[in-house]
Design a protein around this ligand. Sequence first.
Ligand code: AMP
Length: 396
Amino acid sequence: MKVLVINCGSSSLKYQLIDSDTEQALAVGICERIGLDVSYLKHTPAGQDKITIETKMENHEVAIKMVLDALTDEKYGVIKSLDEISAVGHRVVHGGEKFASSTIIDDEVVKAIEECNDLAPLHNPANLIGIRACQSLMKGVPMVAVFDTAFHQTMPPKAYLYGLPHEYYDNYKIRKYGFHGTSHSYVSKRAAEFCGLDLENSKIIVNHLGNGASITAVLNGKSIDTSMGFTPLAGLVMGTRSGDIDPSIIEYISKKENKNIDEIMNLLNKQSGVWGMSNVSSDFRDLNAAMDSGNELAITAFEVFVYRVAKYIGGYVAAMNGVDAIAFTAGVGENDWKVREMVCEYLGYLGVTIDKEKNMARGEEIMLTAPDSKVKVCIIPTNEELAIARETVALL
Ligand code: AMP
């Protein structure tokens, strides 16, 4: 069957039409600058060139209408009629404690997602707009919500509670939620298969290193700890996000620079990470180029990034009392050999030695350690859209 996967942001909407029998994407695309003066639809039918349509999309409903038109277009469409779409899978960022798994969307679910808006004010409202727009344009087509947080709902309280007075958890549900769950779930399952492990009896660490980055300890197929927290700002140093810092720094900067809380949160979310540290870029390709030309700040930012990754891995080896496999995924994890090499240099105590030639691979599933290595290290490309399509099919 054909599943439309929708990932709706505040001004953008990514989509893929996936044939669940072949697990191939028939078309992928993105609507950008929704609600602004000029918007774009970039649509790529499988095996063909990308087409870009410049237009005005007043809102997400208009954007989804354009996507549906593109999918059924005579020239660059991939289906004859919308009846061919059997279901829609929606990425939803925050499911709070209500959703420990994906769910079929009905009015109650929409209301429950709405109740999580406070926890992800930038993302959940946009996800809901996408759901409502699809509901109004594709009446009767079943829809499924797949949550970024759901996979981490198996974390025990010792992993998800912060050292705050308990009433903050009771009253406001302040706790670690974790994100990138769809990717961590997909990659851990695939890593187990690829490494010949029984998922139900395995210790796997997934390094999802992209522009946003997080690491998860997956014990017997379940997330038991992860580096992002109450929000996706916690944990690793990322492209533009600071990751873990001493919370007192917030007060200190506020006083020194007379900044309010919104300005400081903007600083931590958008102007920090390897970008802020290096003054070069949030993109590791630019960072690598700057390092090659001897840029000291870029070298230090890279070292800080890698060191933090290595420390989280070490923490999760302790949390699981061992590790069988360590997987690298997402933009940086799949493509940046230097990150993988430098992280693995810290893992000598686990007996990890990677094959430096194999480590030059990019974006492909590959084992980096020798076949007899006790701890296996591999690259597993993530595919969140396929994971959402699979969940959607499974639920229907
Ligand atoms: P993602 O968020 O998973 O899409 O990852 C995006 C990030 O991957 C970019 O910002 C880059 O930092 C990184 N990336 C993509 N391609 C490469 C590459 N060839 N080498 C190093 N980093 C890359």
